[in-house]
Design a protein. Structure first.
Length: 130
């Protein structure tokens, strides 16, 4: 199985950073710029992991999580949350909605990869032949 990862973040810079971070690993990469688009992409691609930003316009990460948990096909999709806030008021609702892990921004690349690898298998991409 080649894992599918969906990054949902309103920051194009963050999405590019994450895409670069996962490029050396065998996975399919998908992106969305807000929670509404994230729900559509998740329904289309059925990812094995969603890396979800907490603060976004249109539909934030918490709103997207609430809606995902109401959709049978997405209800059990593992989610790793990225948030600038780590207080109990932020984290408690995420735990109740089944978030598998979270990282505070800014995060270290190796921390994100280590936590993602506890949720999905991350195998190095085979070298390309000339």
């Amino acid at each position: 199985m080649i894992p599918k990862i969906l990054s949902v973040d309103d920051s194009r810079t963050t999405r590019l950073l994450l895409a670069r971070l996962f490029r050396p690993y065998l996975c399919e990469w998908f992106e969305a710029a807000d929670g509404e688009e994230g729900l559509v992409r998740a329904a289309e691609t059925r990812p094995h992991l969603i890396i979800l930003d907490y603060n976004m316009p249109i539909l934030d990460g918490l709103g997207m999580l609430h809606r995902m948990r109401e959709i049978e096909e997405l209800r059990r999709t593992p989610v790793m949350m990225l948030t600038a806030e780590a207080g109990l008021a932020t984290l408690a609702p995420l735990a109740r909605l089944g978030v598998r892990d979270y990282l505070t921004k800014p995060f270290r690349d190796e921390d994100l990869l280590a936590r993602a690898s506890r949720i999905i298998p991350l195998s190095p991409r085979p070298p390309e032949t000339p």
